[in-house]
Design a protein around this ligand. Structure first.
Ligand code: DC
Length: 227
């Protein structure tokens, strides 16, 4: 079987649209592999910061991307530990500061090019759930099913607020709403691989929709296509 025959579910959308939760649930239900491409860009942001490289140094950033040493290590409770250059950066990776830096390094074309094949290598049998911004448009244009999740900025900020509160992080809803607006603007308007739905993507607005319902919709789309 060539890699392009291995099924892929591409799930794109802005931060807080529910992609992470939906992708994990679908991955478990299908027994497939998961690519969290945002975590790769976040790992790049951490590695670049550690080496004193910034988003306005494209050549150096591409070097960091090419030599990125990131390991995703499953831990018993179903979570994943992330190591960059051997250091556990799991907590640092999820912070808003790292998210913001990730969005800036992700706007650099040479860095995206350097990470393309690394993402495609996640395509393994029996199938792959790919979570990101450009999964259906750039990384897996031949994906079996493409889904684009959205939700209002207010709802996305509320979800993120709850997530951070549960992790003991103290931030205001208003500051999260501002950050979401800035990040959306940058991700949607960058020159390469901007956040846009693929022409053949199914758009699902998750505002006010229980996550379990979204998971069932996505599973149905996928099973219909595979049968
Ligand atoms: O999904 P996330 O919040 O972990 O992603 C962090 C940043 O990485 C996001 O603001 C944009 C960037 N990103 C990207 O450009 N392309 C992807 N496929 C995934 C993430």
């Amino acid at each position: 079987m060539t890699s392009t025959m291995i099924p892929v579910l591409a799930v794109d959308g802005p931060g807080g649209s529910g992609k992470g939760t939906v992708c994990r649930a679908v991955t478990d239900a299908m027994g497939w592999h998961l690519l969290d491409s945002g975590a790769i860009y976040r790992a790049l942001a951490v590695a670049a910061r550690n080496r004193g490289v910034d988003a306005d140094q494209p050549d150096r950033l591409a070097d960091v991307a090419r030599s990125l040493n990131v390991v995703f290590e499953p831990v018993p409770d179903g979570d994943v530990r992330v190591l960059v250059d051997g250091d556990d950066v799991t907590l640092d990776l999820r912070s808003e500061t790292t998210g913001d830096l990730a969005s800036r390094v992700a706007a650099v074309p040479a860095a995206r090019d350097a990470l393309l094949q690394r993402q495609r290598d996640f395509r393994k049998r029996p199938g792959l759930v790919a979570d990101g911004r450009d999964m259906g448009t750039v990384v897996f244009p031949d994906a079996t099913v493409k889904v684009f999740l959205t939700a209002s900025a207010e709802e996305r900020a509320r979800r993120r607020h709850k997530q951070l509160k549960d992790q003991g992080v103290d931030v205001t809803l208003a500051s999260l709403l501002d950050e979401i607006a800035v990040r959306d603007q940058r991700d949607r308007n960058r020159e390469v691989a901007p956040l846009v739905p693929a022409a053949d993507a199914e758009e699902l607005d998750t505002t006010g929709v229980p996550v379990e319902d979204v998971v069932q919709r996505v599973l149905k789309l996928l099973r219909n296509k595979l049968s």
